[in-house]
Design a protein. Sequence first.
Lengths: 1128, 470
Amino acid sequence: MYISCLKTGKSGCLNYSLKHYKFMKKTNMNVTPLGKGLKIPVRNIFVRAVIALMCLIHFSALYAQNNGFTIKLQNVTLEKVFDQIKAQSSYTFFYEHEGVEKTKNVSVDVKNASIAEVMKQALKTTIYTYQIVDKVIVIKLARAEKKEKASVLSVSEKDADISGRVTNKDGIPLQGVNVLIKGTMKGAVTDEDGKYSIEVTDNSILVFSSLGYSQKEIAVGIRKEINVILQEEIAELKEVTVNAGYYTVKEKERTGSIAKVSARDIGNQPVNNPLEALQGRVTGVEIVQNTGVPGGGFELKIRGRNSITSGNESLYIIDGVPYDIGTLGSRDVSGTILPGGNINPLNTLDPSSIESVEILKDADATAIYGSRGANGVVLITTKKGYAGKTSLNIEASGTAIAVTRLPELLNTEQYLQMRREAYSNDGYSQYPSSAYDVNGTWDQTRYTDWQEKLIGGTAYNNTVKASISGGNEQTRFNAGGSFLKETTVFPMDFNYRRTTVFSSFSHNSADNRFRMTFTANYGTDKNFIPGTDLTRVSRRLPPNAPKLYNDDGTLNWENSTWDNPMAVLESKYRNSTRNLIANTVLSYKILKGLEFMANLGYNRSDITETVANPYTQYNPAWGLTSESSHSIKNENKRDSWIMEPQLNAFYEIGEGKLNITLGSTFQEQNREQLSLLASGFTNDYFITTFSAASYQVVLNEDRTQYRYQAIYARVNYNLKEKYIFNLTGRRDGSSRFGPGRRFANFGAVGVAWLFYREKFFMNSSWLSFGKLRASLGTTGNDQIGDYQYLNTYTINTELNYNGYLGLTPSHLQNPLFAWEKNRKLEAALEAGLWRDRLNFEIAYYNNRTDNQLVGIPLPGTTGFSSISANLNAIVENSGWELSIRNLNIQKKDFQWNSSFNLTVPKNRLVDFPGLAGSTYASQYEIGYPLSIYKLYKLKGVNAETGVFEFEDFNGDGIIKSTDDRKFIADLTPRFYGNISNSLIYKNWNLDFLFQFVKKQGYNEYYYYTAAPGKMSNQPIGVLNHWQEQGDQAEIQVYTTGRNSNANTAYSRFTTSDGIITDASFIRLKSLSLSYRLSLSNTGPGYLQLYLQGQNLLTLTKFRNGDPEQLTAFLPPVRRISFGMRIVL
Amino acid sequence: MKKLKNMYRKAGIILTIISIIFSSILSTSCDNFVEPGEPVGKVPQTKVFEDEATATAAVMTLYGSLRDNVMLTGGFYGMNVLMGFYADELDYYGPSGQSIEAFYNHQIVASESLVKSLWNEAYSLIYMCNSAIEGIEESPNLSSSIKDQLKGEAQFIRAITHFYLVNLFGDIPYITTTDYLTNMKVSRMATDLVYEKILSDLNESKSLLTNEYVSGERIRANKYAVSALLSRVYLYLQRWQDAETECSILLSATSVFALESNLSEEFLKESTSAVLQLKPKSEGENTQEASSFLFTSGPPLNLALRPEFIEAFDPLDMRKQNWITEIPGQGGIWFAPYKYKLRENSGTSLEYSIVLRLAEQYLIRAEARAHTGDLPGAKADINVVRNRAGLSDTPASTQAEILQAILNERRFELFTEQGHRWFDLKRTGKAGEVLSAVKPNWEATDVLLPIPEAELLLNPKLLPQNPGYN
């Protein structure tokens, strides 16, 4: 059988690949009808409603059919006739034999005739007959058909009909799967419900094959029904579907920028938070971990910071439910241990329960999220059950955790030398009585490595997980849970515990018209950690400071000469968070090509956190009692629901396929917070019992509601599988804006050209895939907080008067402010070479956000210093993203894949009217990134005076912050990326990823506000200091503070470029080695042993500890994990 | 099997119907859906003025702001301290380089943060007054007597705030709306026009308020308080007859007001001299004035009274003994204002900050009478104040002598109270003559503070800057 569709490139046959084509060439198969064509009787209200909805998007002529053919041709080739038919309709042709189209002496003369009539006339004089399958006209030999039928009949005594369904592992029916009887010419193709039927004999073997899936052979035996599950072929990455939120799309056919991280990459890392697993993996995505303490926060930015003062958070969607990533923690309670009180709500989602994370970056992918898409979208999909044997998965692991790198500090000898020199410089003849470190009060031979002592411990993590999944074609389930406990690197016994449970259940009716999926994820964690991070104090304590404990085990205060750092551990922080995400998706296929869906979701998160500060954290010499103890408690909860009805329609129109999605969103979120301070307890035993306190005050009480509504649509047209147009749009309303300003429209257009399907490349031996895609569109941002537009009064107890509560106007009312608009542009080239062994994708993006929602500075005569309004400032994020993937080796027992990612981002403030006169003047500069710092420019140490000198930018002889902090330092990365490798040898598996970042950061002096010479330890670099006239040194003269010039100069130094250094690094971010042992020869059960590591090795010149984190909190940690997994 | 199939089909159809109906209902009421529920901790402006208690709270907050934030505050950045430094009352002892030192040294520049905060806090309070006035006027629920009372108080506070602004900065915008689009582009208004507005506010306030002190204590403005301020305004405007009329209203209300015979009780909360006081935030607290001025041992941390001022007192003047305290310390003896004596929480509050008091009314009337030629009447009023301080009748006899005597008397009676000394020197044209002797950096242009630099950058319509600043 010869199929000409590859030549003509018509639709309807492009489902067949080259491989397929070869296969069909040697077989003679019965092509079962793909369907009955598209007839939509306008017979009921649903369809009317659908059509009415369709009209909204100016969609017409969809149902235009050919009224009839008018053809007049004499003595021409069949090809000419077929050309006419194609010109007047959307029919395409299949030829079973070569040369059909060359048949001569054909005549047709019809007016408004049906296709049947045309074909009858055309084939009248030929040896052919025809059959119409969907929109395809198959031309066959008239005699052959009869002959074959006869031959089949002749051996049909023992033949029986066998039927069944072919699905993928998710139970989704596979259409177009070839079902061939091995060794014969007979076969069938599955229909859209995955069904097939074929006549076989008992000893037949059926071969099931489909592009993107591994071939499967099954002996028929005496069965009447054979249902098959085909496994996806991993190598065929381009056939993999990616989740785009409201729809899915084949990797190959996507028009937008969507990066996918699969379960495998996430599961290979011994981390607690899914965002940590994404770190360094995805182009255009920058993730910073705020602290190495468990249960802390993360910052994720997709393609840079777009907004000057409004939120820059991406939109998170977990299984269809929007998930507020804002912390529920309070700075008042946890700010000294978890930076900014930031507790990432994703902490309670077990990374191993995630099937995939998709990151939507460009307009084409994000515009369907409208007002919330400006900062990109993170879609998290959790694992679902598969049809097949019920499988049990048990996993246990143990992890050792320690800090990665620490700065080198002075030892006792060096430190005391510095101190003595400082006193001598400052002209002291004898040491002051308070200089305990040098005046003999403290032992001067004592040495403690305080970093080692306070943050150098080893923490342990123990994790146990179990899950069970299974099901059949109609019903599938997956359920499980995990428990982990992690200690800290600080002294004493602190720990973080997390329990998660998840379950998913899906069901579809036998005819596949009705489907439902229910998913629930519940996580709870309890964090018990010190009230204060010890990192800062560990770097400042003099190395000869006294011992921590007295011989009797009590804290040593060394006669009140120091603040014992262990005392702050008396202050304890506890939190407990709970988090539920539940979601139901229902869908019903109303008609062929038309489906109704509803996504219903609920999310609830809450936290209770308490910090207890007992009086025992203070030196007993103060004589304090539990009356001075105090604690702060924060209770914060958030719940939200979402409802999204949606219609999906699929049509074949002309030579293309049209996909339409139309839906709407209703969402509500409520938040309630109450934080309290209590002090004065009769006994510290009651320190967290608020009713036992003699003084209580409400610090904050807050309740807000956010409501959100939208309609969205997507129209996707795929012409000849070569040209793809994707239009998305959303009309959004947010309660964060005033009446009349709430709604806005967002939309995008994306196009893709799969040029490798053009004739020119058709026979290329090297190009196996090629696509050019581009997108343009707008998204928005409403992250300004609730109720800003309202004219409200705020309770201000400071201004209480005569027993009345203080009530002050909250802010200037501006009912006019509206969405921040983000315009995104992207162009990309994707290609696969040498049969997709080498794949690459290169993208350029340019995003501009204008209409910036900022506090516009106002003169004081307005009563306020600013007003929330849209300012005509423009922020631009542009950059290049490159990813390359190569299959280095593929042999039977050995496979080696490598990939390389690179992102070169650029952030720029393009315009900011009135910047110079505004309060933002010291913070931003036009033409520079938003993340700059304006600093003094260090000229070096004056060889005469020994004091730091700075550039006097305006030349007035005075160094002044307003005039001379003109040096601009930018700490955002210049470029970043990774190189990763995956090796499989027999049962061994090795994965490792190197992350690299080129950037600047704060050097080791950033921590030290005390000038060298004062009673505070210093980095080793201060040894290179000025001592006498003429010295060329890095660091200025030591002073105890009496040298006021040096003192002032040092404070300027800490806000100069002297604290900026190169902080680039290359890091072995993750490594995973595993061995898999089959437990039986036949079953799928196996035992897997693994060794995993995180942040294992860092190559950098950076001297201030870990280069990834720049604050004075515990940096990210190194983890080494050993684990075992049993799958039964 | 077929049954099940039908069931699915039905379920699907029903679901579809429900969803379509539901979404069409919701879609038609789009705007309703995205209307959020009300927040907690915040109250919509309209709600505040719907109810008597919250409307009153909003107006009470105006006093709270006067007490804590705006020029009349007894805190360190109020007129008491700032203009005490600026004139010849206080010496500066704080750390060098502080913003406040510029007031003492007369080295104020337009970018001075203190100048900016004086300006901004005042206009912030004015905004609150305007917001309250608008809320009260639009309120459908409040009774007319409450409306009159609250509006009268808000207008009084708006007037007194503008009064200080115009005296510190010269020509200023008089703001009577909350509309920021108007307020961000306002121009400066000539001083006499500002005064016209002040008078108009005060007169309206006077017509709205009654003679009663609404809460019993003298902590909310009433008709008398308005008259007391009006008389001061007329004095500054040199409208002598009007000033005398307003003073007489208070001075004749002998059943309400009487000078405390015991000077040490003048500043207690029960003081019969008080016309208007500001009550501390919570029970037991006393005044911020006491915290600002008093220190326990020398040398002073921030400030002390100038030695010349102490020397200028008549040795018999009881005010020196009652209202000034001697603080010994290492290297000498210092003097601090001691009108307010309680720094600490006293369980029950004993002292309130006085904004307007009767003694000033005597001195205003004396000055008005001296100008209108009623010299005996003027002397009589001066003597009331002198006699209470244990001094004999004034020896002054000519009009010029009497006016000088009044100026002196004001100096000793009203020292470190809301900048009286400075404003007296300024309005009588004697600032240069008196201050150039004690302030080396004195310049004639120092009679006005600069308009804050940031203000001119953000609203060039406020240009030009006051002379002497750039």
